[in-house]
Design a protein around this ligand. Structure first.
Ligand SMILES: [Zn+2]
Ligand SMILES: [Zn+2]
Length: 314
């Protein structure tokens, strides 16, 4: 379902692109510098998920904006408290006297708490905040086949981690002499909505829905997590363990080597073995460390990844 590509190289700031099977658009987590992100990929973005706006996570926004101008549709940007003003300020720092009115629309969703999201729309040429409203949802983003949940972590500022969750799929395996027909959809809908006693007409013969439920199975949706900068503390770990429990795939920051733990504490970051151990305790099926301090050489990063793997596999 989800195909994840880390678009930044090891010596660049973080940027992760998520593509979705049978879906024309893709999704970007953080806007660090990423030379591997193509113009076409920027144009096909449907939503951008920003963890926080430290420069290493937001510096490439202008380049992405540059490529997106002219797509003629709405693009959603999600992020922490303050993101509406920050995006608006970035855009307003350019001159827009020649832009077409319908070149692009940004809808920005600003996360204030787990149950308060404020959204605003920005449109050229004035880019004023319009349609400002509170949205009532526990999903920051929803599409037909998946939704995105979030949690707010402490990085001495809010840092949002995101969970992409494919919706479960109801499948049917026809038994005996049953032949497919429009009843299959009726039966799946009855199952999804807990309607046990619905009459289902199977090519002339009527059954109660519950008597056909043994042909139904549920295929669990894939879950992918992106967990950026956070302090390695009890509260953050508790939130991560809850949201990402048994997640199929997670990308997590491991900014420092274990021997630089005191820098991690000072800068409200995680470090290699803390992130590895956390992913193990969260029962993440595949965990990948990303986003390393720029002071490290390629050899340092290899060591860091080994420290992570050791703690994850132990
Ligand atoms: Zn940061
Ligand atoms: Zn960072």
């Amino acid at each position: 379902m989800f195909k994840v590509e880390v678009k930044s190289q090891q010596d660049e700031d973080i940027s992760i692109l998520i593509k979705v099977d049978n879906h024309s658009f893709n999704y970007l987590c953080d806007c660090g510098e990423a030379k591997n992100l193509s113009v076409k990929e920027c144009q096909n973005i449907n939503a951008i998920f920003i963890s926080h706006t430290h420069i290493d996570h937001f510096v490439n926004f202008d380049t992405i904006l540059r490529h997106q101008i002219g797509v003629g549709r709405k693009i959603v940007i999600c992020g922490p408290r303050g993101i509406i003003n920050q995006v608006q300020n970035r855009i307003k720092s350019y001159c827009w006297n020649l832009i077409e009115k319908d070149a692009i629309t940004y809808e920005i969703r600003e996360i204030h708490s787990t149950n308060k999201i404020v959204s605003a729309t920005l449109k050229p040429p004035l880019w004023e905040q319009e349609e400002v409203k509170e949205i009532d949802t526990n999903h920051i983003f929803e599409e037909k086949d998946f939704n995105v949940k979030f949690e707010i972590l402490n990085h001495k500022t809010d840092s949002i981690c995101y969970l992409f969750e494919e919706k479960d799929k109801t499948k049917i395996k026809l038994k005996d002499d049953f032949k497919a027909g429009k009843w299959v959809k009726e039966l799946k809908d009855a199952f999804d909505n807990g309607k046990d006693n619905l009459s289902i007409n199977v090519n002339g013969q009527v059954y109660l829905s519950k008597d056909l439920f043994d042909m139904i199975s549920v295929q669990k949706g894939q879950k992918v997590g992106v967990i950026m900068d956070h302090n390695a503390d009890f509260d953050n770990h508790k939130k991560i363990k809850t949201l990402f429990s048994e997640c199929d795939l997670a990308y997590i920051e491991a900014f420092y080597k274990d021997e630089d733990m005191e820098f991690a504490q000072k800068n409200y970051h995680s470090y290699a073995s803390a992130s590895g151990k956390l992913m193990k305790e969260t029962k993440v099926k595949k965990a990948i460390p990303v986003h390393f301090s720029r002071k490290y050489s390629a050899d340092d990063i290899l060591e860091l990844i080994t420290q992570f793997e050791k703690a994850y596999e132990k």
